[in-house]
Write a protein that binds this ligand. Structure first.
Ligand SMILES: Cc1cc2nc3c(=O)[nH]c(=O)nc-3n(C[C@H](O)[C@H](O)[C@H](O)COP(=O)(O)OP(=O)(O)OC[C@H]3O[C@@H](n4cnc5c(N)ncnc54)[C@H](O)[C@@H]3O)c2cc1C
Ligand code: FES
Length: 347
């Protein structure tokens, strides 16, 4: 352990103790303070904050997350930052509701219960919690899964809800050669042990009953959105909700039955699949990039909350679109499924 310092966050007036050896974000998790974050590894910029005072030094990060000029102005990434003196930090993104309700991070030993192909490259992985017997989390959050035999972790969003907290259901896109997702091609079997750690993430349903919901997802970004929608069904939350889901072709679509069940239970919910590389005549899908489809079908969204999840380029385009449609910045919630950086992408 290194020296310890005090880090004070403005304007929320919260103070934590940070060891030089840990990142400020990890220290906050440890003390139950849920700061805004996404990738936790300097890729997504969700934890970007402003250093008011003190000596903070950062590990490697992507200049997509923090441009050099921002660094020079005093912006920092809390998931990469270590304190070498007492610090004063201004949070530029924070959520009063979330910040003090952090669920403590747990390490859970699990066992693979099911591996099921959902499409040609998307797999459902179900883990059963063994010790402890459950993983506490909020709908929309994610966990880190350890790549067996290593100390490397990959993040995956839970597709289930806390009503089934003895298990964790993940929807995972398989990349051939991917250190974790590649194992879903025969490298993992039912009964294998996996460690998971969590919950992380702030992609959770905010209590604003009067506002409509616009949800936009692509690929495995289905996972946390299906968790939010299932939670709405379980809790009888009848907000108007439209889920636009982007896929390339019809063979990339999955969970159509679950969407139909949700629509039957939630009368004000509709599912709009958008296919970017295929035309279908049945009239149940839209054609085009998911963000173009939303642009075409939605007008002013200033009264809505937006939830965006999936590959970073889709999320970036959707953030811009939501701003153009009038959704205030503080009501746009997103998880970018960034990938772990290779050295040449980081500064
Ligand atoms: C907050 C968060 C939540 C996430 N939730 C999910 C989720 O629910 N489901 C899910 O499937 N993923 C999710 N991810 C992404 C996931 O954590 C991994 O990054 C991804 O599965 C790749 O890991 P890997 O070990 O298989 O590949 P790695 O070993 O990390 O990558 C190996 C190679 O595979 C290729 N590759 C990997 N990813 C991509 C990509 N996105 N695009 C193109 N090529 C790629 C590249 O060639 C790469 O060099 C999430 C990420 C974050 C930050
Ligand atoms: S959480 Fe810090 S850059 Fe993603």
């Amino acid at each position: 352990m290194g020296h310890k310092h005090r880090v004070r966050f403005e304007p929320v007036d919260i103070e934590i103790e940070v060891d030089e050896d840990e990142t400020i974000l990890d220290a906050a998790f440890r003390q139950g303070v849920m700061l805004m974050h996404g990738c936790k590894e300097g890729q997504c910029s969700a934890c970007k904050s402003f250093l008011l005072d003190g000596d903070l030094q950062m590990e490697r990060y992507s200049t997509f997350a923090l441009a050099d000029y921002e660094n020079e102005e005093g912006y920092v990434l809390l998931c990469r930052g270590h304190a070498y003196s007492d610090l004063d930090v201004e949070l530029i993104n924070y959520d009063e509701d979330m910040i003090r309700t952090g669920v403590p991070i747990q390490l859970v030993n699990t066992e693979v219960a099911e591996i099921e192909e959902l499409t040609h490259d998307i797999v459902h992985l179900r883990l059963t919690c063994v010790s402890p017997r459950e993983l506490a989390f909020l709908p929309g959050q994610y966990a880190d899964v350890r790549i067996p035999g290593t100390d490397h972790w990959r993040s995956f969003s839970m597709a289930n809800t806390p009503s089934t907290d003895h298990q964790a259901d993940f929807v995972i896109k398989r990349y051939p050669g991917g250190h974790f997702s590649g194992l879903l091609d025969g490298g993992l079997a039912v009964g294998d042990e996996l460690d998971i750690k969590g919950p992380y993430g702030t992609f959770t349903l905010r209590h604003s009953p009067d506002r409509d919901l616009v949800l936009i997802g692509g690929g495995a970004g289905m996972a946390p959105i299906v968790s939010l929608l299932t939670h709405m069904r379980e809790q009888g939350i009848d907000r108007k909700a439209t889920f636009y889901y982007g896929a390339r072709t019809a063979r990339d679509l999955f969970y159509l039955d679950r969407m139909a069940d949700l629509a039957a239970a939630l009368p004000r919910f509709s599912f709009v699949p958008a296919l970017s590389e295929e035309t279908r005549d049945e009239g149940d899908t839209e054609q085009g990039l998911v963000t173009d489809v939303v642009d075409r079908l939605e007008g002013d969204l200033s009264g809505a909350d937006a939830y965006l999840c999936g590959p970073p380029p889709m999320v970036e385009a959707a953030i811009e679109l939501m701003a153009a449609k009038g959704v205030p910045e503080g009501r746009v919630f997103y998880d970018k499924f960034t990938t772990t950086a290779s050295a040449d992408e980081s500064s």
